[in-house]
Design a protein around this ligand. Structure first.
Ligand SMILES: C[S@@+](CC[C@H](N)C(=O)[O-])C[C@H]1O[C@@H](n2cnc3c(N)ncnc32)[C@H](O)[C@@H]1O
Length: 201
């Protein structure tokens, strides 16, 4: 079971290449930005990538002009991100549940939410809200189908995702990913949600 930082770190240290690692940014990153920019995602804004792993998405977002902080609680992942991408982004070894992170303008979440044990989901969503400015955007790439695996990743349905998000977020977009990597085609969906104004500021 991958839950604690030590478990994830051991996995990184032992794996020649983690099975989720695509060695490049997810192709749906561009699709997510196309959805979020008309919703007020500020080009050049400050953006967090929780569970950044080896940093591919964070580096791609930085190349697109955002001021990016890639966060992972596994030291091996953060060292790998820094080795691959240097100072293109800020790399931070931290637990996403730490109360003292952020606030950021936006979050790009690719396989961090789905890596959580399902009982931790409400606390994870609360952390996303707490780490955003009021009105900030949470963008997430999610799996509704993990092909019978025990997880992680853990599948979540769009309906469950809406119910989890709505106490703290207005859901702006919830729909299938159209530009998935072939290995994930038909299994991913996308969320863009705005932190509700004034909740927790
Ligand atoms: C499935 S991997 C995905 C990595 C990267 N997003 C990618 O797609 O290549 C999930 C990542 O989340 C990190 N992670 C899990 N729980 C975390 C937490 N509470 N705080 C920070 N990072 C966490 C793990 O160390 C791991 O790097």
């Amino acid at each position: 079971m991958l839950t604690h930082a030590d478990d994830w770190n051991r996995y990184y240290a032992d794996a020649a290449r983690p099975e989720w690692d695509m060695d490049r940014a997810t192709p749906v990153l561009a699709e997510v930005l196309d959805l979020a920019l008309p919703q007020g995602l500020r080009p050049g804004g400050e953006l967090a990538v929780p569970g950044c792993g080896y940093g591919h998405d964070a580096a791609e977002l930085a190349a697109r002009g955002f001021a990016v902080t890639g966060i992972d609680f596994a030291p091996f992942a953060i060292e790998g991100a820094r080795a691959r991408y240097g100072d293109r982004a800020t790399w931070m070894q931290a637990d996403w549940f730490s109360p003292d992170l952020g606030p950021w303008d936006a979050i790009f979440d690719h396989t961090c939410f789905v890596a959580m044990d399902p009982p931790r989901r409400p606390a994870y969503v609360a952390a996303c809200a707490d780490h955003l400015h009021s009105g900030g955007l949470w963008m997430a790439v999610l799996f509704h189908d993990v092909s019978g695996r025990p997880g992680p990743p853990h599948a979540v349905s769009p309906g469950e995702m809406r119910a989890l998000a709505e106490p703290r977020f207005d859901v702006l977009h919830l729909g299938p990913a159209l530009r998935s990597h072939p290995r994930r085609a038909g299994r991913e969906f996308l969320l863009v949600a705005r932190r509700k104004l004034g909740t927790g500021d």
